[in-house]
Design a protein around this ligand. Structure first.
Ligand code: NDP
Ligand code: GDR
Length: 370
């Protein structure tokens, strides 16, 4: 009998990589997807198995973290050995616009999962992974940040995730459940959502290189993040649920980089040297030289600051200490930041080279994302 896993957020970046990892390990994988007016399964279409076939090992269920009865029904039907709760309204800036919904999905949603497992009498069978976040550290209290660093959340998203963190710990202690928090620092990939900063940058660089976009508008480029590759981080999620004792772990690379440097590296990937001029909201990014065939001109202004991307309260610096994960889980990241940037820019270049052809031939209009 194979292990059975249930993933919320299966259509997201991490859900897609984790589903693939678990299928490769022989798991039966169930995923919860939201009903949307357009298809939202792009990231997992390659894993699709025709439900009419026998021996299907990947199955999707309609559901939502804001709907308890739905979660109870799915968990009762699936009887999972492992639940990975990855579903969330995961955009920090957007959480300032939708704070109540974020609290409901990201905070109470976690309670709904834990309570469903308890009500169904599965506390001794089902192990639960909660997608906690380095955003919990918020306003810097200690550097680097580790499992014992105090939390100081700085957004409705982080506050909701703080509730989720503690309710997971509480259910572990109160009901002896195998429930753990992975406190993951930022992790990225070609599957990253288009409005997170790394993907916004790599997409813009590809579009600028191909002459499909005029300028990249950014917010606070002084912020520093500890960026890893999502492929490495889903391995850690799996390992966290395979231990003898349920514990919480920081998953990070231990290296921090300013957004500004990520931008420079992304331009370098297409042969363009970027120079930053001015300061504050008047800072701009200008092409100093270009050694590639791409459409950059010396002196071209390709980056401006738009204060609309600033957050009411910012998290300035994240740098994680992954020592516990290294020693207890044997986990270390395989990807460097340079490899991550290269993979993301190359993937976006390929995408936009295809789009360029479609636009040129009148089959598609150029699109821009915030
Ligand atoms: P994504 O934004 O790519 O994916 C989020 C997923 O959650 C999507 O499948 C989305 O569905 C689903 N979702 C959103 N709202 C609901 C809801 N109400 N009910 C059910 N599902 C919902 O996030 P990531 O894959 O990057 O992150 C996975 C998890 O890890 C999230 O909880 C995130 O907060 C957390 N995290 C992420 C980090 C990162 O750097 N990536 C770092 C630390 C934590 P749909 O496709 O329909 O929108
Ligand atoms: P973050 O990721 O808020 O860390 O949350 P994001 O990539 O959105 O921002 C990182 C930093 O870049 C700054 N920034 C901009 N960000 C965006 N999105 N767009 C811009 O134009 C821009 N300009 C500057 C931000 O201010 C910020 O400092 C991510 C999410 O995946 C969360 O779900 C997860 O919990 C944390 O990572 C760890």
């Amino acid at each position: 009998m194979s292990n059975v896993a249930l993933l919320t957020g299966v259509t997201g970046q991490d859900g897609a990589y984790l589903a693939e990892l678990l299928l490769n390990k022989g798991y039966m994988v169930h995923g919860i997807k939201r009903r949307a007016s357009l298809f939202n399964t792009d990231r997992i279409d390659h894993l699709y198995q025709d439900p009419h076939e026998r021996h299907v090992r990947f199955k999707l269920h309609y559901g939502d973290l804001t709907d308890s009865t739905n979660l109870i029904r799915i968990i009762q039907e699936v009887q999972p050995d492992e639940i990975y709760n990855l579903g969330a309204m995961s955009h920090v800036k957007v959480s300032f616009d939708t704070p109540e919904y974020t609290a409901n999905a990201d905070g109470i949603g976690t309670l709904r999962i834990l309570e469903a497992v308890r009500l169904l009498g599965l506390t001794q069978k089902t192990r639960i992974y909660q997608a906690s976040t380095s955003e919990l550290y918020g306003l810097v209290q200690e550097i680097p940040q580790k499992e014992t660093t105090p939390f100081y959340p700085r957004s409705p998203y982080a506050v909701a995730k703080m509730y989720a963190y503690w309710i997971t710990v509480n259910y572990r202690e109160a009901y002896q459940m195998y429930a753990c928090n992975g406190i993951l620092f930022n992790h990225e990939s070609p599957l990253r959502g288009e409005t997170f900063v790394t993907r916004k940058i790599t997409r813009a660089v590809a579009q600028l290189a191909l002459g499909l976009q005029d300028c990249l508008y950014m917010g606070n480029i002084d912020a520093q993040r500890d960026w890893g590759h999502a492929k490495d981080y889903v391995e850690a999620m799996y390992l966290i649920l395979q231990q003898d004792q349920p514990e919480d772990y920081v998953i990070a690379t231990g290296i921090t980089t300013p957004v500004r440097e990520f931008i420079r590296m992304a331009f370098e990937q297409v042969g363009a040297e970027l120079e930053f001029k001015g300061s504050g909201v008047d800072e701009v990014g200008v092409i100093k030289s270009c050694t590639s065939q791409f459409a950059f001109k010396t002196g071209q202004q390709v980056l401006k600051i738009d204060p609309k991307y600033f957050r009411p309260t910012e998290v300035d610096l994240l740098i994680g200490d992954p020592t516990k994960a290294q020693t207890q889980l044997g986990w270390t990241p395989k990807y460097s930041l340079q490899q991550l940037v290269t993979e993301m820019v190359e993937a976006d270049l390929q995408t936009f080279q295809r789009e360029q052809l479609l636009i040129k031939n009148g089959f598609q209009v150029a699109r821009q994302f915030e």
